[in-house]
Design a protein around this ligand. Structure first.
Ligand code: NCD
Length: 309
């Protein structure tokens, strides 16, 4: 049986590690955190989270830090490796071994794909992956699922499109894997050159009912959730390749007039041009509400790993 003890001392590295029962438990805990956040708590009093961000971040870092403060704990760390000993050539493994003595839990983002696994191998304290290069972003998937449940009352039975950069976008990798635990229909919508990563396809095959397409317009009327992503400019080797696809999907109010009236548009943010501002004040826009769930989801994951529940 899955209960709070199932998560104590555990890392949060990849959505591949979770089954439906575990996800349901995490999402229920995330739900509980909505009330905890409102009332205030000090269940993490005396605990320290190291927030190690080697890549740019606004929402993930600040919501992790907000989550730890809301739980009554404290935070140390850096928002850029500049100024840390990484700048002097220290390896990630050595940095992590050091932080292990200073904190009770690590929240980390790093440009390398295997960074989260490497950190977990070098730390005795739990490591939470806040984005490992283009590979995974598991806490984002938890907040995305929680946003969907809050808006729609359920996940099972929904038709969901993941749109944009499915090759380099780590949020959609984690979300696709997470959704493979639910009875949903998923469209992977991308330009031909940015199709869903092969290892994700391999892992969801046979579990997830999915269709790959580049044509968003033809499926729009079926959708309950339209999850839009940014083309990940910084991951392209050749800038010309980015130029070719940067405006592949431009979603505006007029385009959405062909959708179900209760369609919800999500985006992990930051958005560049893929969602026009004229969508922001429509009934479709869920992306600014989505960010709030990041605090609840990260409160739940921190509290579960620290074993304070
Ligand atoms: C995403 C990320 O960093 O992967 N942002 C986030 O964490 N909310 C999405 C992106 O950068 O496009």
């Amino acid at each position: 049986m899955v209960d709070a003890n199932s998560f104590v001392g555990k890392d949060v590295i990849s959505m591949r590690k979770y089954n439906r029962e575990e996800l349901d438990y995490i999402l229920k805990t995330t739900d509980d955190m909505m009330l905890v956040e409102e009332k205030g708590t000090d269940i993490c009093k005396g605990k320290i989270m190291a927030s190690l961000f080697f890549e740019p971040s606004t929402r993930t870092r600040l919501s992790f830090e907000s989550a730890m403060h809301r739980l009554g704990g404290s935070v140390i760390g850096f928002a850029t490796p500049k100024g840390s000993s990484i700048d002097k050539g220290e390896s990630l493994a050595d940095t992590i071994k050091t932080i292990d003595s200073y904190a009770d839990i690590i929240a980390m983002r790093h440009p390398s794909e295997d960074s989260a696994i490497l950190a977990s191998e070098n730390a005795n304290i739990p490591v939470i992956n806040g984005g490992s290069g283009p590979w995974e972003h598991p806490t984002q998937a938890v907040l995305d699922l929680h946003t969907i449940i809050t808006a729609k009352g359920k996940i099972d039975g929904l038709t969901i499109a993941l749109v944009g950069d499915l090759l380099y976008g780590r949020t959609v990798h984690s979300l696709a894997v997470a959704l493979s635990n639910y009875k949903v229909k998923v469209y992977f919508v991308s330009p031909e050159t940015l199709k869903m990563r092969e290892d994700v396809i391999r892992d969801v095959k046979g579990k997830l009912n999915y269709v790959e397409t580049s044509d968003l317009k033809s499926i729009l009327s079926e959708l309950d959730i339209l999850y839009v992503t940014r083309i990940q400019k910084e991951r392209f080797e050749n800038p010309e390749d980015y130029e070719k696809v940067k405006n592949a999907y431009l979603i505006n109010k007029e385009f959405l007039s062909g959708s179900k009236p209760d369609l919800k548009v999500m985006h992990p943010l930051p958005r560049i041009t893929e969602i026009d501002r004229d969508v922001d004040n429509t009934q479709y826009a869920l992306y600014f509400q989505q960010v709030k769930h990041g605090v609840y989801a990260r409160m739940a994951l921190i509290a579960l790993s620290l074993g304070v529940l």
